[in-house]
Design a protein around this ligand. Structure first.
Ligand SMILES: [Zn+2]
Length: 217
């Protein structure tokens, strides 16, 4: 798929032999069309980056897997706490330089195009940017966490520690103060939440989805 991918394939093979797990050195910014960051990771009440749409307010920007990995879960997340719903969500496990790390992609516009158990390559489309769940505008809430599995206790880390090239002053500043908006107030933990897997959702009638508050697409 990518020329650079071929270039790193030997390294990847060596790494797989070395640690017996999925591994990757290549990475891909999760929103190829936009590097505008609305809100940063702060470790406490915002555990990810909010990446704005390429055209403010317009859903549909492609979202891609940041690394090679395996989809841990894909579906719809609701929180009982106000402001805590991730909406359409994908979580992917990776092994980066021998360490377990995962990426979380929230507020997708529609049901993800990947499902639990899928193997993905970095750069593969997993869904499109949207505004589902508790979101104040079209954006991607992107988290990276240590560990594996669908677990809100996994420790969030700053994605810009991995995507250092997007740190100030290299990242693109919003063009005007009107463009600066807080995308969400997600600060998840192991509080009560409900997560509907794609398998469960696909088995529902439209009426059931409406009743549970799951968008029909
Ligand atoms: Zn966010």
């Amino acid at each position: 798929m990518h020329l650079k991918k071929q270039a790193i394939s030997l390294l990847t093979v060596i790494s797989i032999l070395g640690c017996g797990a999925i591994s990757a050195f290549a990475k891909e910014w999760p929103v190829p069309a936009s590097t505008v960051i609305n809100q940063y990771f702060n470790g406490s009440d915002h555990k990810g980056l909010d990446i704005r749409a390429s055209t403010k307010g317009i859903a549909g920007d492609k979202i891609v897997a940041a690394y090679d990995g395996k989809v841990v879960n894909a579906g719809y997340h609701q929180s009982k706490r106000a402001g805590g719903s991730y909406g359409w969500l994908v979580v992917i496990d990776h092994t980066i330089k021998g360490k377990e790390i995962q990426t979380w992609y929230a507020h997708l516009d529609k049901a993800p195009v990947v499902d639990k158990g899928d193997l993905v390559d970095e750069g593969d489309k997993i869904g499109v940017m949207g505004n589902s769940g508790d979101s104040k505008g079209v954006h991607l809430h992107f988290e990276m966490r240590k560990g594996s599995g669908f677990n809100f206790d996994n420790t969030p880390v700053d994605p810009l520690d991995y995507f250092t090239e997007y740190r100030p002053p290299n990242y693109l500043l919003p063009q005007s103060s009107n463009d600066i908006e807080i995308g969400d107030t997600l600060d998840s933990n192991s509080e009560d939440y409900t997560f509907y897997s794609m398998e469960e959702i696909n088995a529902m009638t439209p009426e059931q989805r409406i009743e549970l508050g799951i968008p029909l697409e």
